[in-house]
Design a protein around this ligand. Structure first.
Ligand SMILES: Nc1ncnc2c1ncn2[C@@H]1O[C@H](COP(=O)(O)OP(=O)(O)O)[C@@H](O)[C@H]1O
Ligand SMILES: [Mg+2]
Length: 353
């Protein structure tokens, strides 16, 4: 299951992503937390020293594309692959249960409390435009498009609610999106925009209040978001320990906040996987991006990258013994061991906007 935490800067996306990831890890589920927020500090909150952070996916887009395209004949080269290029037969697919593929091995580290961590690396507002071929956040979209996750396996993305995620389709790559909102007018201001996009694309959202200090805060949230309010976190003294790098156990959380974490997991687990929508929208947004800018940027007709025979979801894994790492295992003897990939030159982080 994939869940995104979105919201305004300072609302608590990173804090709640970290707490939720730790909560899920404590229950035994494989979980990868992905830092795709504009201020990268999920690693810090998860207790990872700066020197131990994983390689930034956004700085190795070419390498990631080279690996994921595998032997897919519709993708001629990594250069022809953009952030929305969907997998097809021959593409390499990723799994969480046995995350032994090149992408997880190279870009994920295990944090002290259990969750895995992947990071886009630093980016700024300029990286968030629609016509951004080298979007750092695009690495997350590629990752999610090639990931076949099952029940009891989790990806938690700490994400900026920016124009890029709407234009590229990133916001449609989740089973559920938690919109974190403080009980202030600023706090609820992104709600309407997100709700409208979500409704248009059948994306499931729920609002999670944060830093709530009393019943009037809950009333305020309810009056602005109505039934979309799933639960809320109280203003927590113990969360400060996370920021200060002091020892922090989930049990240190106030009981109401622990209950809220339990509810987030329960609600996520209750979502039905909809691989049909996932695949249809992957194609839809790719065609849209191809027409808007990507055909021009690559000099190719990227609509031809869509494999009409490819079925998203577990079906794509097939029945081959090594199918876990490969959508078309039969024709690719070296799946999962691309030693040459690691030395591929880095893609320049320039924008073609
Ligand atoms: N429930 C909470 N109680 C107390 N402080 C909180 C809570 N949630 C977040 N904070 C604090 O608010 C600040 C912003 O949170 P952060 O998670 O970094 O927001 P975002 O990632 O949305 O920018 C941090 O200092 C964090 O410790
Ligand atoms: Mg943050």
């Amino acid at each position: 299951m994939r869940v995104a935490f979105v919201g305004k800067g300072g609302s608590g996306k990173t804090t709640l992503s970290a707490l939720f990831s730790r909560y899920v890890a404590a229950r035994g589920g494989p979980v990868i937390a992905v830092d795709a927020d504009i201020n990268q500090h999920l690693g810090m909150i998860l207790g990872v020293d700066e020197d131990d952070l994983p390689a930034a996916m956004g700085a190795h887009l070419r390498e990631i594309k080279e690996y994921l395209r595998g032997s897919n004949p519709r993708i001629a080269s990594a250069e022809a692959m953009v952030k929305t290029t969907p997998p097809g037969r021959g593409s390499r697919l990723l799994r969480l249960g046995e995350a032994t593929d090149e992408i997880h091995r190279r870009f994920a580290v295990t944090t002290p409390e259990g969750p895995g961590l992947m990071v886009t690396g630093p980016f700024d507002e300029d990286d968030l435009g629609v016509a951004c071929y080298h979007s750092k956040v695009g690495a997350v979209e590629l990752y999610l498009n090639h990931l076949v996750d099952g029940p009891g396996e989790y990806v938690v993305v700490d994400m900026t609610a920016g124009a890029d995620s709407f234009a590229s389709g990133l916001f449609t790559r989740f089973d559920l999106t938690y919109l974190v909102a403080e009980p202030t007018r600023q706090g609820v201001s992104v709600y309407r925009q997100y709700r409208d996009y979500a409704a248009e694309f059948g994306v499931r959202i729920a609002v999670v209040g944060n830093k709530v200090q009393g019943p009037e805060d809950v009333e305020f949230l309810r009056s602005h978001v109505g039934a979309d309010l799933l639960t809320w976190f109280e203003h927590s003294r113990s969360v400060r320990a996370l920021e200060q790098g002091r020892a922090f156990r989930l049990d240190d959380l106030e009981p109401a906040n622990l209950d809220a974490l339990a509810l987030l997991l329960k609600h996520l687990d209750a979502q039905e996987k909809d691989w049909e929508r996932f695949g249809r929208q992957a194609v839809e947004f790719h065609l849209r991006n191809a027409a808007a800018w990507a055909n021009r940027a690559t000099g190719q007709d990227l609509a031809a990258q869509v494999d009409p025979e490819f079925v998203f979801g577990p079906a794509a894994l097939g029945s081959h013994p090594d199918a876990g790492s490969h959508a078309d295992a039969g024709s690719h003897p070296d799946a999962g061991s691309h030693a040459d990939v690691a030395s591929a030159p880095m893609e320049p982080a320039a924008s073609l906007a």
